[in-house]
Design a protein around this ligand. Structure first.
Ligand SMILES: Cc1ncc(COP(=O)(O)O)c(C=O)c1O
Length: 384
């Protein structure tokens, strides 16, 4: 053969033989099949369906979620929207919690309505009876997020899931706060357990990925078909990173939870603080549900400052040096944002009594984080 041809085939015949702790990453769109018959026997024909690392991650996530099947998506948002697209059709109606992650609301308002799905937002504080009273004969799905985005309202997930099931309504939860570890949605009767693996599972603020876990055979089929029909795919490199993150999820989460509570308790004692919203704190509105259903806490919660002008909120945020200002969470680092500008899109206005700051407490020393927040609270006071 000429050199061009030899260079194209050289080395391609080697099989991976060494067994390593982590899975081998295969990079491939093309999957080479052994013979003509195999081209159409429906087995394993194309890289988009996932290769070694993606399969290893799905298996591990089935273990985490106690699921029959897990599908991967290129982001957490894509996982939520994919699950909705997989089970909804024109004419359906869905009930969406008003404290839902804002881009999910945008998808519901901009895309689902365009495809003829009716969308109604409900108060996160409704119990199962109150919520089911909003259901119509067309209601196909209830979307839960517990604790809710930015303000951490807890929902009675098992009661809502059970009541929905008796009415033939599906439930879907965004369980990113629980990360599949602190709360097990499928074991509590939820049909579709979604999480942004981008956050705690990946854990290092450098990968986007989402997952949908299901127990029911029909739903597993619906999700599999949807993935195939829409063409969602993740790379082997990203799947590898997510699996690597998963290995240390439990130890990182324990530290996030401890550090978060240390910082939250300190904030409760500060004169500039009106209250701390953290379901693991006794006295929080969601504490009883958290105690009943969760095995721990992550590092994400909110602090409500005593009422003050926008310039004081800006002074608070700008004074932080250890907490970064950024919209994500779940990585090893601490982050802060002010939540209030996002509340404008909500349907049910809630007065929290002052500016709401969402904090993600990372793996730094809590003493250093407290010192950083002390400086920011002084700046808040000075800018009144
Ligand atoms: C609760 C929640 N769900 C989903 C997402 C979306 O995750 P991703 O950024 O991977 O799309 C986020 C991101 O901040 C989130 O906070």
């Amino acid at each position: 053969m000429d050199e061009e041809s030899r260079l194209i085939r050289a080395g391609a015949g080697r099989k991976p033989t060494a067994k390593t702790v982590a899975p081998a990453i295969q990079r491939g769109s093309t999957v080479l099949l052994p013979d003509a018959k195999a081209l159409y026997d429906g087995t394993f024909g194309y890289g988009r369906s996932g290769l070694n690392a993606q399969h290893a991650l799905c298996e591990a996530l089935c273990e985490l979620e106690d699921a029959r099947e897990v599908q991967l998506f290129p982001s957490g948002l894509a996982a939520v929207t994919a699950a909705l697209m997989a089970v909804l059709k024109a004419g359906d109606h869905i009930l969406v919690v008003d404290t839902v992650y804002k881009p999910v609301r945008q998808f519901c308002d901009a895309v689902l309505t365009r495809f003829g799905v009716g969308v109604e937002y409900y108060d996160a504080r409704l119990d199962a009876d109150g919520l089911l009273a909003l259901a119509t004969p067309a209601t196909r799905l209830i979307l839960l997020e517990s604790p809710g985005s930015l303000t951490f309202e807890m929902q009675d997930v098992p009661a809502i899931a059970a009541a929905a099931r008796t009415r033939g309504i599906l439930t879907l939860i965004d369980n990113t706060w629980g990360a599949g570890l602190l709360f097990k949605p499928l074991a509590h009767g939820v049909d579709l357990s979604v999480q942004a693996l981008t956050k705690y599972v990946c854990g290092h603020s450098d990968v986007f990925m989402g997952s949908v876990a299901v127990s029911d055979r029909m739903l597993a089929r619906a999700m599999e078909d949807a993935v195939h029909e829409h063409g969602w795919a993740v790379t082997g490199d990203d799947a590898y990173q997510a699996l690597r993150g998963l290995r240390t999820l439990a130890v990182r989460m324990a530290r996030h939870g401890e550090n978060g509570l240390t910082v939250a308790r300190w904030l409760q004692t500060q004169p500039q603080v009106l209250r701390v919203i953290h379901p693991a704190l006794p006295g929080d509105a969601g504490h009883a549900l958290w105690r009943r259903d969760y095995s721990g806490a992550c590092g994400l919660f909110a602090v409500v400052l005593r009422a003050g002008p926008d310039r004081a909120v800006e002074a608070f945020l700008n004074a932080l040096t250890l907490f970064g200002l950024g919209f994500s969470w779940g990585g090893f680092e601490s982050l802060a944002i002010n939540g209030d500008p996002q509340f404008k899109r909500r349907r049910i206005p809630v007065d929290y009594g002052g500016p709401v700051i969402r904090l993600h407490v990372g793996l730094e020393s809590p003493a250093d984080l407290v010192a950083d927040l002390a400086g920011a609270l002084s700046a808040y006071e000075a800018a009144q």
